[in-house]
Ligand binder design. Structure first.
Ligand code: ZN
Length: 202
């Protein structure tokens, strides 16, 4: 019996394209496409319109790489920020998270990911060269490496540290430790040993 391919070609195309998104895969892509099709058409089109609008208006800040609707983001264009300190993060939302704490008054630099040999992401794929240029051309005195505390985030921080260590600036790494509300006996050995290593005086 001749096998019938029931999947409409436009649906197939949508699933294939969505599955290319990092962290998606075919299953999530299929769910996304079918959820859209299952929705009232007006709502689904509204989602597409919002996404279109976002793509039309948002681009990386030409100085720090944070996604913004302006040429220069509101952090880079502010007169109230300490321009001698740059906090290096993997993604825009990491910068937003740090900003929410209200504890950082410097500038950001979004490198756009992390070194990952497994995914084929090398230093050339990240905004590292522009960071070095910022350090060289502006009066930067301190760099805080706030890449994620993962194997890749660590490797990325150490790579950037090596590039900057001879530039006569302060370089620090965000502290590791236990999340607030954690129970010691449930913490993994790595987190607990890092928390001890990076203990602070009170
Ligand atoms: Zn900016």
């Amino acid at each position: 019996m001749k096998e019938i391919d029931l999947i409409p070609s436009t649906l197939k195309e949508a699933v294939e394209k969505l599955a290319e998104l990092p962290g998606y895969g075919e299953k999530s892509a299929r769910r996304f496409a079918v959820n859209l099709l299952d929705m009232p058409r007006g709502e689904a089109l509204q989602i597409i319109k919002i996404l279109f609008n976002m793509l039309d208006k948002i681009h990386p800040c030409s100085e720090c790489g944070i996604y913004t609707e302006n040429d220069i983001c509101s952090v880079c264009s502010s007169d109230d920020r300490n321009r001698s300190v740059i906090c290096v993060v993997e993604e825009t939302f990491d910068a937003f998270a740090i900003e929410r704490t209200g504890k950082f008054n410097g500038l950001y630099h979004v490198i756009g990911g992390r070194l990952s040999p497994l995914e084929g992401i090398t230093a050339d794929d990240l905004n590292i060269e522009s960071l070095i240029k910022r350090v060289e051309n502006h009066n930067v005195k301190e760099i805080i490496l706030a890449t994620n505390p993962t194997v890749e985030g660590e490797a990325t921080a150490s790579y950037i540290h090596n590039l900057l260590k001879d530039k006569n600036i302060l370089i620090s790494r965000i502290a590791y430790g236990l999340p607030f509300g954690a129970v010691l006996e449930n913490a993994d050995d790595f987190t607990l040993s890092k928390a001890l290593e990076h203990k602070t005086l009170i």
